[in-house]
Write a protein that binds this ligand. Structure first.
Ligand SMILES: Cc1cc2nc3c(=O)[nH]c(=O)nc-3n(C[C@H](O)[C@H](O)[C@H](O)COP(=O)(O)OP(=O)(O)OC[C@H]3O[C@@H](n4cnc5c(N)ncnc54)[C@H](O)[C@@H]3O)c2cc1C
Length: 508
C-alpha cells in the first residue's frame, strides 16, 4: 500500500503477469492489486480453463484470517460463499500405539492458553523426568474442548480473549470468490493456455505466447501454474529440492461424503496403513482424502482402504487420484519471476500449511520489493527466508512420522527408522527425551518462527513420548503442583461463552 515497486532502470510502474488461476494465483492477484493497482501497476492473470486447478486443499491455519482481514473482507461475506466452517485445530488419531495416547488435538494458540499452558508444560517436564503425573495435552487447551463439543471459536462479547482459529472451505469456490474480487479490483483476467515462454539474452522473461497466438509481454511474472511450474522450472530451470528422503508420501486420493446433522469444528487426521486420511467438515459435505506413499501402496489399494474407512465401498462416489511433488525450489524469486503455490514447492497437507506459505510468499515479496528494491541482495535474502520456512514446516511434519509407534506395516517402520533428520529436529527430539530445556532449544534455533513450543509439546506429549509407565515414580506434592480438576473447571467455564459451530454459522 506504500511505494510503487519499480524495476531497475525504469521510471514507469511495471506490468505484472500472473500465470495460473488456482488459489495461489488469485491470492497473489488480490494482494498485488490491493497494494499496487492504485499506483498504476497493471496486474493481469492468465489461466487455462482446459488445464483447470488442483481443486483440493480445504483447510487453513489462522494465517488465512489475516489474509481476509488485510483485504477488508468480512467472514459473513466469504464464508457462506465457500461453504466454509471454523476450525479450532487438528485431531490426530492412531499415530501412536502407546496406551492412553491413541489420539490428541493440536490447537491453534489462544490468549486463554496463558492460564493453562504453564500447567501443561510443567506436567510434561515432570513426566519427562520420570514422575507419574498427567501429561496428555487435550485437557489443557480450551480449543481442544471446543472442538470436542463441536463449538466454534468465536466467543460471546463478554469474553474478551482471542481464540486462534483457521477455516475449512471449498477450494473451488474460494478460487471463484477471489477471482471475482480481484477482477473487481482491476485485475485483467485472460483465459488461454501458455504455449511457449520467451526470454531475453539477459535471462529475464519477456513474454508468453498463448494457444490463440497472442503474445503477452510483462515486466514481472508470477508463476502460479501449480505442479506444472512452467515459468520457474521449465523455463528458468530453477532446481527443485525433493523432500523424499524423509517425507515418503507422494500421492493422494480424495472423495466427498455427506455432512451429518452436527458440523464439526476440527480437521481429523487418521493414520492409515500407508499414510493418513483427512476429514474436513464443510457446511454442505465432508471432504475426505488419503495421503499415501506410492512406494508402499497402489492407487487401487489406497482407494479401497479409504472407501472402507468411510463406509463407501459400494457407493457411487467418484474418487480423484492426485500425484504430489513434495519439496521446494532452490529460489522462489529468480530473475523477474516469483513462484507462488504448488509451483514453488509443496509439503504434504498434514498441518494444512500450503496456503499459509502462499500468503507468506506473496506478502513477503511485496514487502521486500517495496522496502528493498529490485536488487540481487534483496532477492537472495527473500529466498533464504522462504526456504527457511519450508524447512521449518518440513521438520514439524517429519516429527509426526519419526515419532510414530505403529508396527502394522513396513511403511510405519520405515518412517521411524530412517536417519534423514535435520540437525534442528534431532536436537529437539533429543532434548525432549533427555528431559532438557525444549523451549530454550526451539527459541535459540528460531524454530518458533514456524511452530511454537506449544505445538512441539502438544505433538511430543500427544504421542506419549515419555518414559515407560512401569518406570515412572509416584509424584510428590510438588510434582502435582497443578490440580487437574481446577483446569477442567476453568476450561468448562470458559467454554460456556461459545456456541456450536452450526449456530455460529447461521448468524447474520
Ligand atoms: C492432496 C492435497 C491436499 C491439500 N490440502 C491442503 C490443505 O488442506 N490446505 C492447504 O492450504 N493446502 C492444501 N493443498 C495445497 C493446495 O491445494 C494448493 O496450495 C492450492 O490449491 C494452490 O494451488 P495452485 O494455485 O498453486 O495450483 P493449481 O490449483 O494447480 O492451479 C494451477 C493453475 O495454473 C494454470 N496453468 C497451468 N499450466 C498452464 C499453462 N500452460 N497455461 C495457462 N495456465 C496454466 C491452471 O489452469 C491453473 O489455473 C493440498 C494439496 C494436495 C495435492
Amino acid at each position: 500500500m506504500s511505494g510503487v515497486p519499480l524495476m531497475n532502470g525504469q521510471s514507469n510502474p511495471p506490468k505484472i503477469l500472473i500465470v495460473g488461476g488456482g488459489t495461489a494465483g488469485w491470492m497473489a492477484a488480490n494482494l498485488m492489486a490491493h497494494c499496487w493497482v492504485a499506483s498504476g501497476v497493471e496486474v493481469s492473470l492468465l489461466e487455462s480453463p482446459d488445464i483447470g486447478i488442483i481443486g483440493v486443499g480445504e483447510g487453513s491455519t489462522p494465517q488465512l484470517k489475516r489474509f481476509f482481514g488485510y483485504l477488508g473482507i468480512a467472514e459473513q461475506e466469504w464464508m457462506p460463499a465457500c461453504h466454509a466452517t471454523y476450525k479450532n485445530g487438528i485431531r490426530f488419531k492412531g499415530w501412536s500405539s502407546k496406551p492412553g495416547y491413541g489420539e490428541y488435538f493440536h490447537p491453534f494458540d489462544s490468549d486463554i492458553d496463558l492460564h493453562t499452558q504453564p500447567a501443561f508444560f510443567y506436567n510434561c517436564d515432570v513426566r519427562r523426568h520420570g514422575v507419574d503425573v498427567y501429561a496428555h495435552p487435550d485437557r489443557f487447551y480450551l480449543s481442544a474442548h471446543l472442538a470436542e463439543h463441536h463449538k466454534g471459536p468465536l466467543p460471546a462479547p463478554n469474553f474478551p480473549f482471542n481464540i486462534g482459529y483457521g477455516y475449512h472451505f471449498d477450494s473451488g469456490l474460494l478460487g471463484q470468490f477471489l477471482r471475482n474480487r480481484a477482477v473487481g479490483l482491476g485485475v485483467n483476467h485472460i483465459q488461454a493456455k501458455v504455449q511457449s515462454v520467451q526470454r531475453a539474452g539477459s535471462g529475464e522473461l519477456v513474454s508468453v505466447t498463448t494457444d490463440q497466438g497472442h503474445i503477452i509481454t510483462a515486466d514481472f511474472f508470477v508463476d502460479c501454474t501449480g505442479f506444472n511450474a512452467l515459468l520457474i522450472q521449465k523455463t528458468l530451470g530453477v532446481p527443485f529440492k525433493k523432500f523424499a528422503d524423509n517425507l515418503f508420501n507422494d500421492a493422494a486420493v480424495a472423495m466427498p461424503s455427506p455432512q451429518g446433522a452436527v458440523i464439526g469444528s476440527q480437521t481429523l487426521s487418521t493414520a492409515m496403513r500407508y499414510g493418513w486420511a483427512w476429514e474436513i467438515p464443510l457446511t454442505h459435505r465432508i471432504g475426505n482424502g488419503y495421503v499415501y506413499s506410492s512406494a508402499f501402496c497402489s492407487a487401487d489399494e489406497a482407494e479401497t482402504e479409504l472407501r472402507r474407512k468411510l463406509g463407501l465401498l459400494d457407493a457411487d462416489v467418484q474418487a480423484r487420484h492426485l500425484k504430489m511433488n513434495v519439496g521446494r525450489l532452490e529460489q522462489h524469486w529468480s530473475y523477474n519471476c516469483l513462484a507462488v503455490g504448488l509451483s514453488q514447492g509443496f509439503i504434504e497437507p498434514l498441518e494444512a500449511t500450503a496456503l499459509h506459505i502462499v500468503q507468506e510468499t506473496i506478502q513477503g515479496f511485496i514487502d521486500a520489493w517495496e522496502l528493498g528494491g529490485f536488487t540481487p541482495a534483496n532477492r537472495d535474502a527473500f529466498n533464504q527466508r522462504i526456504n527457511a520456512r519450508f524447512e521449518g514446516v518440513r521438520d514439524y511434519i517429519v516429527a509426526h512420522y519419526v515419532c510414530n509407534s505403529r508396527s502394522d506395516t513396513d511403511y510405519w517402520l520405515a518412517n521411524r527408522s530412517h536417519q534423514a533428520i535435520s540437525d534442528n529436529l534431532r536436537a529437539v527430539l533429543q532434548t525432549w527425551v533427555n528431559a532438557g530445556n525444549v523451549v530454550e532449544q526451539i527459541t535459540r534455533r528460531e524454530m518458533d518462527k514456524y511452530y511454537l513450543p506449544m505445538s512441539w509439546y502438544t505433538l511430543l506429549s500427544g504421542y506419549g513420548l515419555f518414559p515407560d509407565r512401569q518406570a515412572l515414580q509416584p509424584g510428590t506434592a510438588k510434582a502435582h503442583r497443578y490440580r487437574l480438576d481446577d483446569i477442567d473447571a476453568f476450561i468448562a467455564g470458559c467454554s460456556l461463552n461459545f456456541q456450536e459451530q452450526a449456530a455460529l454459522l447461521q448468524r447474520g
